[in-house]
Design a protein around this ligand. Structure first.
Ligand SMILES: [Fe+2]
Length: 240
């Protein structure tokens, strides 16, 4: 998965001066040169959209993309910049679904799950995203403490099977057990974007192990760098 999709970065904060990504045009150009050298030819510009923190409008994103693309063309850096946005699950998200900035030429809605949020709210909002005809692309699920591979112990499957076999009055509870969140998101059609740096321990050993287990379980559909500046990108790409 990692090698096949290397020419496209599905998650990047390269647009200068929009969020906590590249601060200047020079930084963005340096990132673009590093990307090109590493073999990338397409980059989705997925600046944060978080109410109260990063609120650039879609037209501002479009302008920033066009300006940076012009600079790349002028510098003869052969990379195509594509529009996108990294959305955030909060109470304002459903408002953003009226005219969302999807990943360009797709129906993918890149979205980050915050660390402290009720599982039921995540389910409800992402279900609503799918009801609008969009496909939630979950950003770096390996970094979310809410997402784990299902295990029999955690799903209590053995427990409920036991009671079912005992003809217990609660036997029907097995079918009512809420599924693991990751399983639920797969079931409603979500896709999942790995952060490249997770695989070599950029966020610590636990996340590295989780990323590898997700990869083994074929959870991932897309790969991104989630790079925010040139030094960060060098760490992600493992280059000096
Ligand atoms: Fe990001």
């Amino acid at each position: 998965m990692r090698d096949k999709k290397r020419v496209t970065d599905y998650h990047c904060h390269i647009l200068p001066g929009i969020d906590d990504g590249a601060e200047t045009l020079e930084s963005a150009l340096l990132m673009a040169r590093l990307f090109h050298k590493a073999g990338y030819r397409e980059i989705y510009c997925t600046s944060h959209l978080i109410k109260g923190r990063y609120e650039a409008s879609s037209s501002e994103i479009l302008d920033a993309r066009n300006q940076l693309q012009s600079e790349l063309d002028r510098e003869q850096i052969n990379i195509k910049l594509l529009l996108g946005r990294e959305h955030y699950i909060d109470e304002f998200l459903l408002d953003n679904l009226r005219q969302p900035l999807l990943l360009e030429d797709t129906n993918l809605f890149l979205i980050e799950i915050p660390p402290f949020i009720a599982v039921e709210l995540v389910k409800e909002i992402l279900f609503q995203v799918t009801c609008r005809g969009y496909v939630p692309l979950i950003a770096h699920p390996e970094r979310s403490n809410l997402l784990e591979l299902p295990t029999p112990e955690k799903d209590n499957t053995k427990f409920w099977n036991f009671w079912s076999n005992q003809k217990s009055p609660i036997k029907n509870h097995q079918s009512k057990m809420p599924p693991n969140l990751l399983t639920y998101l797969q079931d409603i059609g979500c896709q999942f974007q790995a952060n490249l740096g997770s695989f070599h321990g950029l966020y610590g050993k636990n996340i590295q192990n989780k990323a590898k287990s997700f990869e083994q379980a074929s959870i991932y559909t897309h790969l991104g760098t989630d790079a925010h500046n040139p030094d960060h990108l060098k760490q992600i790409l493992n280059i000096t």
